[in-house]
Ligand binder design. Structure first.
Ligand SMILES: *Cc1c(COP(=O)(O)O)cnc(C)c1O
Length: 385
């Protein structure tokens, strides 16, 4: 057996440019999934490629205890983009590591052990973050994990959250919009309620913005998006990864002073390596300079309009900006296969009933037209069948 765990898709991708991926037979695909939100600036953005090439010829690697310009530039940039005053930046190589650090730092800073997480949550697949991930399929064969220390509450229910958090809680960890859970946005007042109860108990509030962050919802962070919150809700810890370095491995844990000051020993050899840091800085520059959050808001709104005008058999369109879930009943996987093989459109599932869209934030209205036309065709075929 060579290569396992991942199921292999029936197309081989050879190159990418902006929103388009090209297969080895020359077929072009519109990438509405961005391999789970990993290319917010588009595939192979010239500024990102250029920054990687330059850094590769200057310095590929020295470990994190040596100051290096590529790394300090990135940490300053992340601190400047961070909501509120959570300006202490710990770099790592993935989303699960960013959450793992968040959970560890919350324990050491509070002296508590208990975590509160939401049903439907996805926070990663290493032991700590996996313990706060909901789906039994991801966990059952690997237990025991930290199940004795994690309480799950229904997502969006402020009273249930308030009841679960107490003086023994190290942290509450939440996605402002659940991704893997089916694109469920926090209802009005929920994130604020999480902020208030964790303040009262001295627990850390962790927002996992690994999927929602970097402009996808229409603002750099979802916790500042006025479609979700009356005013920005600043957590004690915010995690980011996925698109941070345009698909190279990079994550970051942004921490308030009290968390950073309370952090005990932690580390990772490759964390914040100069090559990937240069890619991340270039990616963040593109997101800001090309005003991609605003584009995500505009094109995301067009998508919702066009879908409702097309009157398709879709029960609900959820999410914000260019993080969208289309509730299609049970056949999401067949729809995704048709979109890819018949229409050259790559999208993602979220469970069996949701088609999930997380395209590059450079998406245009003409891509939206192409998707809606393809859905008209595919959904009609599905309904007829
Ligand atoms: C993808 C994801 C993670 C895990 O990130 P990895 O880089 O795959 O470890 C954690 N939280 C959320 C919300 C994610 O979407």
């Amino acid at each position: 057996m060579s290569g396992f765990v991942y199921s292999q898709k029936p197309i081989t991708i050879e190159s990418g440019e902006d929103v388009t991926l090209t297969g080895d037979d020359g077929t072009e695909y519109i990438d509405f999934g961005a391999s789970y939100a990993c290319t917010p600036a588009g595939h192979c953005h010239p500024d990102v490629v250029g920054a990687i090439q330059k850094q590769a010829s200057d310095l590929l690697f020295v470990q994190g205890s040596y100051p290096v310009e590529a790394r300090s530039t990135l940490t300053s940039q992340l601190a400047a983009l961070a909501p509120g005053d959570i300006e202490n930046v710990w770099l790592c190589n993935s989303g699960t590591e960013a959450n793992e650090a968040a959970l560890k730092f919350a324990r050491s800073a509070t002296g508590n052990t208990k975590f509160v997480a939401a049903r439907g949550a996805f926070h990663g697949r290493t032991a700590g973050s996996l313990s706060t991930t909901w789906k039994p399929k991801y966990k059952a064969s690997y237990e025991p994990l930290l199940e004795d220390h994690v309480e799950f509450v229904p997502y969006g229910d402020a009273a249930a959250l308030e009841a679960a958090v107490d003086d023994e809680t190290a942290a509450v960890i939440l996605e402002p919009i659940q991704g893997e859970g089916g694109i469920n946005a926090a209802p009005a007042g929920y994130l604020q309620a999480a902020r208030e109860v964790t303040h009262e108990t001295g627990s850390a509030l962790i927002f996992d913005e690994i999927q929602t962050g970097l402009g996808r919802t229409g603002s750099i962070w979802a916790c500042e998006n006025d479609a979700l919150v009356d005013s920005p809700v600043v957590p004690d810890v915010l995690t980011t990864a996925k698109g941070l370095a345009s698909g190279l491995p990079m994550g970051a844990t942004l921490c308030a002073d009290w968390i950073a000051e309370g952090a005990a020993s932690h580390g990772s050899t490759f964390a914040g390596n100069p090559l990937v840091a240069a890619a991340a800085t270039a990616t963040l520059d593109v997101i800001v300079d090309e005003e991609l959050p605003a584009n995500a808001a505009t094109v995301g709104a067009t998508l919702v309009d066009e879908l409702s005008r097309a009157d398709l058999p879709i029960d609900e369109v959820r999410g914000l900006g260019l993080m969208r879930g289309l509730e299609v009943g049970r056949g999401a996987n067949r729809i995704l296969r048709d979109l890819a093989m018949e229409h050259g459109i790559l999208a993602l599932p979220a469970g069996r009933s949701v088609v999930r869209l997380l395209p590059p934030l450079t998406l245009t209205e003409s891509h939206v037209h192409a998707l809606v036309e393809a859905l008209e065709d595919t959904l009609e075929a599905t309904t007829d069948a």
